[in-house]
Design a protein around this ligand. Structure first.
Ligand SMILES: [Zn+2]
Ligand SMILES: [Zn+2]
Length: 376
């Protein structure tokens, strides 16, 4: 294509983020080029920016929660992964992971993340100085340079479509937590993934969903997205007091499933204490190493017959969950458009990554979900 694209490149860990320009290539067979509309900023991006993911070499072009319109289609690209015809101008969400789908890990073990033939996902290929350059979402264009890249066409607004990736993680959590018709669910933590877990629990048939976290604006959003009751950790700072309030809200001494989406080892131990006997803690908040915590195998685990399930990202079967996430979002019924709290231009990617990494507000407002908008 006879155009160039601006890209926000992280020059070094915790270093400068500068705008560089790359030519947008013509897509080869099986490839396509996307004009980016919105790319969600994920906790993982902030983590990479702090230099805590050894597989990333700088300078790097990050961004894997990718939504845009098809700008050019390579030979043979005529339909999305669901088989629906596509043409230039259609809005699509791109599935970032690139496993082979055929090997022992992919087919027999259902562990595409362990696929030995896996290419780095979009937003994780580095350094950006090696071609193809435009493989991350914090840019004006994305070059889907791997033939067979999975993408889904959607008519959803971009700020809703961008929730497909976080929703797929929440779905993994709810499934690991064995949530079904009639379950009671406690969602601990009301960041973007916790909010999506409220919706996912409802979609799975939960009978009662309670969300615990802060600040109030996020708790209100959790209620708008389907939580029956909310408990504020700012109002109830004492753990025992909070536990009583949560049990009152659940109407039972513990939840069948606690989705741990808050991300500290102490919150993890609090979550263990909120699981009903025989229930499950699906822990997805401690996504990075935040340290250890004392644990009593007898009284915390065996005596109560509980299960602790680790939930790492969208997990195995991530493609199925990605597709399911889109079905849930397209079904509508909840104010998804309220989840993206900030749309910021490419020039502010560094600032956005810093704010997200430190949990501080941006533009004087608490961050729920940040998205990069190259047209902003
Ligand atoms: Zn992510
Ligand atoms: Zn494979």
């Amino acid at each position: 294509m006879s155009t160039s694209a601006r890209a926000a490149v992280v020059v070094d860990a915790a270093g400068a983020v500068e705008i560089r320009s790359y030519d947008v290539p013509d897509p080869g067979p099986g490839e396509f080029v996307l004009k980016l509309e919105l790319c969600g900023v994920c906790g993982t991006d902030a983590h990479i920016y702090q230099g805590r993911l050894a597989s990333i070499a700088f300078p790097a072009l990050l961004g894997h929660e990718i939504v845009g319109t098809l700008a050019a289609l390579g030979e043979g690209v005529t339909a999305d992964h669901a088989g629906r015809p596509v043409s230039v101008g259609d809005r699509v969400g791109v599935f970032p992971a690139l496993s082979c789908g055929r090997c022992y890990q992919c087919q027999v073990r259902h562990r595409p993340g362990n696929c030995p033939r896996r290419s780095p996902s979009y937003g994780f290929k580095s350094p950006v100085t090696d071609p193809p350059h435009l493989t991350g979402g914090f840019a004006e264009y994305l070059h889907a340079s791997k033939p067979g890249t999975v993408f889904y066409r959607t008519d959803l607004p971009a700020e809703t479509a961008v929730l497909q990736e976080p929703m797929s993680v929440a779905l993994h959590g709810v499934e690991r937590g064995s949530v079904g018709v009639g379950s009671t669910v406690l969602v601990q933590g009301v960041g973007a993934i916790g909010l999506m877990a409220v919706v996912a629990a409802r979609a799975a048939g939960a009978h009662r969903v309670v969300a615990v976290g802060a600040p109030d604006a996020r708790l209100e959003l959790a209620a708008a997205l389907g939580a029956d009751a909310t408990v504020s950790i700012q109002e109830l700072t004492d753990v025992a007091e909070r536990r009583r309030a949560i049990f009152d809200a659940l109407g039972a001494p513990g939840a069948d499933c606690v989705v741990g989406a808050s991300g500290s080892p102490h919150a993890f131990m609090e979550a263990v204490g909120l699981v009903a006997d025989g229930g499950v803690l699906a822990e997805l908040g401690n996504f990075t190493d935040r340290g250890t915590v004392p644990f009593n195998p007898f009284s915390d685990l065996l005596k109560r017959d509980i299960t602790i399930a680790g939930v790492y990202g969208a997990g195995p079967d991530m493609l199925r969950r990605y597709h399911q996430a889109l079905l849930i979002l397209e079904r509508g019924g909840w104010p998804y458009d309220r989840v993206v709290s900030h749309r910021v231009p490419l020039e502010r990617v560094g600032e956005a990554l810093t704010a997200l990494g430190s949990g501080s507000p941006l533009d004087g407002r608490d961050i729920v979900k940040l998205a990069i908008d190259p047209a902003a």
